[in-house]
Design a protein around this ligand. Structure first.
Ligand code: DAH
Length: 365
């Protein structure tokens, strides 16, 4: 049988003797002081402050002492642990500050150094303007159609009532593809997309066809062998020239603002009858006192392109019943519109591919 351990002499319990406790404390303090960085300090903490550290174990012994011994030993161990905890906190503060300083030094960024720039790209203004024009038609419920740039001679000419002896078929205007009997050309206008559309789908047809076209023009400030057009085609019952006029007025107003409408001048195109040249009110002088206007050069009007009521011969060639349907068509140059809209003086700037020209436009015009 064992009774309460009233005879327990703290001095006799080795780990609780004063010199032992002091030794544990001094070892702990020495380890903390010796820790050079936070990792070493964490190691010292677990060895000298952790649950299995000598001072923690000593602390646990106190409970087993007779009550009269507990106070003295408790104080001794408590003071030792307090001193260690204090030293640990102080050292932690010092090492954390050092660490932070070292990190700041290592991660210093010289904000005055030149950077390696990645200039933001920009779209070609012809692309952006084509999209903007296409959007105006899409907003009216039209579809966008595209055709190939290498086109069948028949679609580029014959289907559009451009007979074999039409001047536009001579070698001056058209890039013919080899071999000579391939009957292929680089399309000279976007009008063959009209024929393609009528041949592949049933009316009602409401399509706009933006695209690149080619002619054997010499390069100068206003000519290029490659340029861009937008074609429009409507085939439906009861379509008249009035619908054409309303559509074009809406287009120019949407592009250039309120009051910029169009006018027709009589003209001739084999694929429309009657045909017209379309002009729009000069968006700079608005036709008021045009003599001084450098944009329209005194005209008050800016020429856009050709249009008219689709020739029944074209309808027949493309399989549309001319007794039931009528339609209108138009085609105009995008490059000219770009030049007017943004005061581009030389068409070569549009095609030479210098990014200094393109980047001025960004991604929106
Ligand atoms: N294709 C003609 C050209 O390039 C422009 C044109 C005129 C298109 C009248 C049309 C039109 O659709 O009806 O000069």
């Amino acid at each position: 049988m064992s009774g309460p351990n009233t005879e327990y002499d703290p001095v006799a319990v080795t780990p609780l003797q004063a010199d032992q406790v002091e030794a544990m404390r001094d070892q702990a303090l020495a380890a903390i002081a010796a820790a050079e960085d936070l990792k070493a300090l964490a190691q010292a903490r677990s060895e000298h402050v952790g649950d299995r550290s000598p001072l923690a174990l000593a602390n646990r012994e106190i409970g087993a002492l007779p009550p009269q011994a507990r106070k003295e030993v408790g104080q001794r161990v408590g003071q030792a642990r307090g001193a260690v905890a204090q030293a640990l906190a102080a050292r932690t503060e010092v090492l954390e500050a050092e660490h932070e300083e070292r990190t700041l030094l290592a991660e210093t960024v010289d904000v005055t150094l030149p950077t390696r720039r990645h200039p933001a790209g920009s779209r070609h203004p012809i692309t952006t303007l084509s999209d903007r024009i296409a959007d105006i038609f899409v907003a009216m419920g039209w579809e966008i159609a595209e055709g190939p740039q290498v086109e069948a001679e028949w679609l580029n000419f014959d289907a559009l009532n451009l007979g074999p002896d039409h001047p536009a078929r001579t070698m001056q205007d058209t890039f013919w593809l080899e071999p000579a009997d391939s009957a292929l050309v680089l399309r000279t206008h976007t009008s063959p997309v009209q024929a393609r559309t009528m041949l592949t789908r049933e009316p009602p047809i409401y399509v706009a066809c933006p695209g690149r076209v080619y002619r054997t023009d010499e390069v100068d400030a206003t000519h290029s062998p490659v340029f861009h057009q937008v074609e429009g085609l409507v085939i439906d019952e009861g379509i008249t020239m009035a619908h054409l006029k309303g559509t074009l007025d809406h287009l120019t107003t949407a592009l250039f603002g309120e009051g910029i409408t169009t006018r027709f001048r009589p003209s001739y195109f084999p694929f429309t009858e009657p045909s017209a040249e379309m002009d729009m009110v000069c968006f700079v002088c608005r036709g008021v006192d045009p003599e001084q206007c450098r944009t329209c050069r005194g005209e008050g009007w800016i020429e856009l392109g050709g249009c008219g009521v689709v020739n029944p011969r074209v309808l027949v060639a493309c399989g549309v019943d001319p007794d039931r349907y009528t339609g209108f068509a138009f085609g105009f140059g995008i490059d000219r519109i770009l030049m007017f809209r943004h005061t581009v003086e030389d068409l070569r700037d549009v095609f030479e591919g210098d990014v200094r020209f393109t980047s001025a436009f960004g991604v929106e015009i």
